[in-house]
Design a protein around this ligand. Structure first.
Ligand code: SF4
Length: 344
């Protein structure tokens, strides 16, 4: 097995971490090595990542129009998404893990995400947008040794004066409230916002689970944020002390952009050829939009809702994953695939 490349002290000091970078290490140290240390070139992306990017771009544009006092129709929003899809989609570059699910099903999925968001939030008059796709960059420690950056989908001043940090998710998986209450990504963004603007405002963390038409909200105490700071510093220390970067096979290997060279996958392929049982598909499969989406019965401002869902609709068909031979060990947990969709 080829030993990962050693990093220099200069490399380490130059490193700025992000939630995606930290998650990549937690999910699989070898993948982290391929991405951030070897910087192995990648010319493909998963179709989930592709859909996520297109949906985020359209929502960014939608709110830019709203800020100028122009609310586009849902038809125009969807038309923009479909035009962007046509312009960017390249079948030789965008990988569909499960071959029997055609790209058109993902096009419908993105359309459904946007329709859900539009119908829930129209006419988009909840609060004042402070920034869209804003970069936050800040140190976790006074010496500036541990640096973090990220991009916040939208920051809003709510009618009650609170600041809301909004994040759009296109994956099917909606974590439990307990998981969201300990989520790292948006809490780091809160630290970034406070590093720049101070700690005067109360802050809410808001997730839009677009595919499932659900909005979830969480807040953090100062103590929780301090704990997060310490945990993140400890994780960075662990990463920087790492030398082996061992593969950590899981159900996510099918989406890994480096599974063509990963030694764990080579082992698994050999095992599969020898007749080993395949790893079950993860439970967080995407769904296709098989039914028209009815208008939301009520429009609930994110800041006043902790858990809201759309009216009942026709059941959606499950998409199953894992076309490649599965890894030697698989996770039974619903994988946060969406955490890999938008890499910084
Ligand atoms: S294929 Fe799996 S084990 Fe190998 S680097 Fe990717 S995520 Fe890690």
């Amino acid at each position: 097995m080829r030993r990962p490349v050693e990093r220099t002290a200069k490399d380490l000091l130059a490193t700025v971490y992000s939630h995606s970078r930290l998650s990549s290490y937690e999910n699989c140290p070898r993948q982290f090595h391929y991405r951030y240390i070897e910087k192995r070139p990648v010319e493909t992306e998963s179709i989930e990542a592709f859909v996520g990017k297109r949906v985020h771009e359209v929502l960014e544009r939608l709110h830019q129009f709203v800020d100028r006092g122009q609310v586009p129709s849902l038809g125009k929003v969807v038309a923009r998404f479909r035009a962007d899809w046509e312009r960017h989609f390249d079948a030789s570059r965008v990988l569909t893990v499960r071959a029997e699910n055609p790209p058109a099903s993902y096009l419908e999925l993105g359309t459904r995400c946007l329709s859900n968001y539009y119908r829930r939030h129209y006419p988009f008059d909840h609060g004042e947008t402070l920034s869209i796709e804003a970069r936050v960059a800040f140190p976790l420690d006074p010496a500036g040794r541990y640096r973090i950056q990220g991009f916040v989908d939208r920051i809003v001043r709510a009618p009650d004066g609170a600041v809301e940090i909004h994040d759009y998710k296109t994956g099917r998986w909606v974590p439990s409230q307990a998981k969201l209450d300990s989520d790292r990504q948006l809490a780091l963004y809160q630290l970034g916002f406070e590093a720049r603007h101070g700690r005067d405002a109360s802050v809410r963390l808001v997730w839009h689970f677009l595919q499932r038409d659900q909005v979830r909200v969480s807040t953090r105490t100062r103590e929780q944020l301090d704990t997060l700071c310490g945990q993140t510093i400890a994780l960075i220390d662990r990463i920087e002390a790492e030398r082996e970067f061992a593969p950590k096979p899981s159900a996510l290997c099918s989406w890994c952009e480096h599974n063509d060279v990963c030694p764990a996958m080579a082992t698994t392929t050999a095992a599969a050829k020898a007749g080993a049982a395949p790893v079950p598909a993860p439970s967080a499969a995407l769904t296709t939009a098989t039914a028209p989406v009815p208008p939301a019965a009520t429009r609930t401002p994110a800041s006043t809702s902790t858990s809201t869902s759309s009216p009942a609709r026709a059941p959606a068909r499950e998409l199953v994953r894992n076309p490649r031979p599965g890894p030697a060990t698989g996770s039974a947990e619903a994988p946060p695939v969406e955490s890999q969709l938008r890499l910084l």
